[in-house]
Design a protein around this ligand. Structure first.
Ligand code: XMP
Length: 512
């Protein structure tokens, strides 16, 4: 295979840097995120075809504000600076950057002042997403203004001779209506790249990297039954064969029949999965625990304990592989400081030193739809790949309050009815994720002539592309009615069903 075009995205700390990488990948161009300390020589020796300078929280005049080797602006490589990237480039070309009293934040429109290949087929007055406190005051030397914002501030600039362009807004976020087209214009119209990076390339490169990293060692491949670890398992097994030891841990928090279905399908694809039952240990450790974060921490800890025990049974084991995705990593990370962790995802946080296993997480910069593409390339069937996401802590975060065997049994039945009815009505593949949540709050009902006083179940179904944001799904009333009536009639312990109509944000997808 010939070498694909390669874009480097220089990360100045923006929360959107990964999103830029994803947009570039969506256009079948290979990209890597690099730190600002790259030199112009690195760019040449690594055969980089274009650079994107990301945004970032700093102001270019701050002490310790990240900078870049000025020689990169002299080697004739196409460069797109976004927000901080634009300000940095402008400063290098002698412009003044000013801190605004009024931050420009949110939706705005831009008006063109000059024709540019960057805005080929983009409408004048198009809506863009601004998020900055600084703007360029005087024009950098050799540059023209291409577009201005509603405040008449430069929104896009370009160099008259060199392929250097800058945007004050974020083309990578969905709120910039024609953002994808603008990025396409940069990659293909201006940088002349080829659309030659595919899931096949990812598999090839990742397999080579895994083989180099693993050497003669062995890898414990943790399967949860979800899409991500299933795809990871197949990729890993194809890459290193019997050096990969795929294990499935039953944590007692799985859905009805889940372990058998998943394991049977993956075994059929040649994965020699070993199953371990740790239900008793997990449920014991969770006894009496009500706090969502404590539940998550305990479940993560129990997984590690189980891996530790299992790893002792195998010689030469030096790695643990997980299907961790990029959204798992960001949601577990502090967003605005130490108090802002949204949810501690069960598989994020590393391994204790005593375990002496190195983590392998080749999907930790990917989103779920990208993993599904990789699975398709590996020949995995739609019934594995189109399964809805299922969180590692499983039903543990879908039972509000304490987890007991009885509550698990009630929730399993209700969830199974909901999912089966979605499949029967053709809605399952249309929605991104659906499930039931048990709310152990009793309300009064009447069945026949009898008063009932039982628990509440909430149905949750969302439409999303990556789980980072989501809308509740408008499931047809007839389907909802049938599900509600079946649950109340068939599941003892439930007498009321409600439908969750909260989007993310402000809600999250799971209730805990
Ligand atoms: P939230 O609830 O954070 O969920 O909006 C976003 C997506 O992530 C899944 N999720 C998890 N997945 N480990 C996982 O593997 C976890 O701890 C975890 N918590 C939430 C959730 O099901 C949804 O698809």
């Amino acid at each position: 295979m010939s070498k694909p075009s390669k874009v480097w995205i220089v990360d100045f700390g923006s929360q959107y840097t990964q999103l830029i990488a994803r947009r570039v990948r969506e256009m079948s161009v290979y990209s890597e995120i690099v730190l600002p300390d790259i030199s112009s020589e690195d760019i040449v020796t690594n055969h980089i075809s274009a650079l994107i300078l990301s945004g970032g929280p700093s102001s270019v005049y701050e002490d310790k504000a990240p900078d870049i080797d000025p020689k990169i602006f002299t080697i004739d490589i196409p460069i797109l600076g976004i927000c901080y990237g634009l300000q940095l480039m402008s400063r290098h070309f002698g412009a003044k950057v000013h801190s605004d009293k009024h931050r420009e934040y949110g939706r705005s429109t831009i008006q063109f002042r000059k024709k540019s290949a960057l805005f080929q087929n983009v409408e004048d007055n198009t809506t863009v997403w601004m998020s900055h406190g600084d703007h360029v005051d005087s024009l950098p030397e050799g540059f023209d203004i291409v577009a201005v914002s509603e405040n008449n501030a430069p929104a896009a600039i370009e160099h008259r001779q060199k392929p250097l362009l800058g945007l004050q807004f974020h083309p990578e976020v969905v709120h910039t209506v024609e953002g994808q087209k603008i990025l396409e214009n940069f990659l293909f119209g201006i940088a002349g790249l080829k659309q030659d990076w595919t899931a096949g390339h990812f598999i090839e490169q990742t397999s080579t990297k895994i083989r180099e990293q693993v050497g003669n060692g062995k890898v414990l491949m943790a399967l949860s039954g979800g899409v991500d670890s299933s795809v990871m398992g197949i990729l890993m097994y194809r890459a290193i064969g019997n050096q990969c030891i795929p294990v499935f841990i039953n944590n007692g928090l799985l859905r009805k029949d889940e372990q058998f279905e998943v394991v049977r399908k993956l075994r059929k694809m040649g994965l020699p999965i070993r199953m371990y039952n740790y239900s008793a240990q997990f449920l014991n450790a969770l006894k009496g625990i009500k706090s969502p974060e404590r539940k998550r921490k305990i479940i993560g800890h129990q997984f590690i304990k189980a891996f530790e025990e299992i790893s002792k049974k195998h010689k030469d084991l030096s790695f643990l592989a997980q299907g961790t995705l990029y959204p798992d990593v960001i949601e577990s990370r502090s967003v605005n400081g130490p108090s802002q962790v949204i949810k501690s995802h069960h598989n994020v946080g590393g391994l204790p030193k005593r375990m002496k296993l190195d983590l392998i997480e080749p999907f930790n910069s990917l989103f779920k739809d990208e993993v599904r593409k990789i699975g398709r390339e590996l020949g995995m069937s739609a019934d594995i790949l189109n399964r809805h996401p299922f969180p590692g802590p499983g039903l543990g975060v879908r039972i509000i309050g304490e987890i007991t065997a009885k509550r698990l049994s009630i929730l399993r039945k209700a969830d199974d009815i909901f999912i089966k009815e979605l499949i029967n009505s053709g809605e399952y593949d249309r929605v991104w994720q659906a499930f039931a949540v048990l709310i152990p709050v009793k309300t009064v009902g009447v069945m026949g002539d009898q008063r009932t006083y039982e628990n509440l179940v909430a149905l949750r179904s969302v439409d999303s592309s990556d789980g980072m944001t989501a809308d509740w799904s408008p499931i047809p009333n007839a389907v909802l009615s049938k599900v509600a009536s079946r649950i109340v009639n068939e599941v003892r312990g439930i007498n009321r069903v409600v439908y969750d109509i909260t989007s993310k944000p402000p809600g999250t997808i799971e209730w805990e």
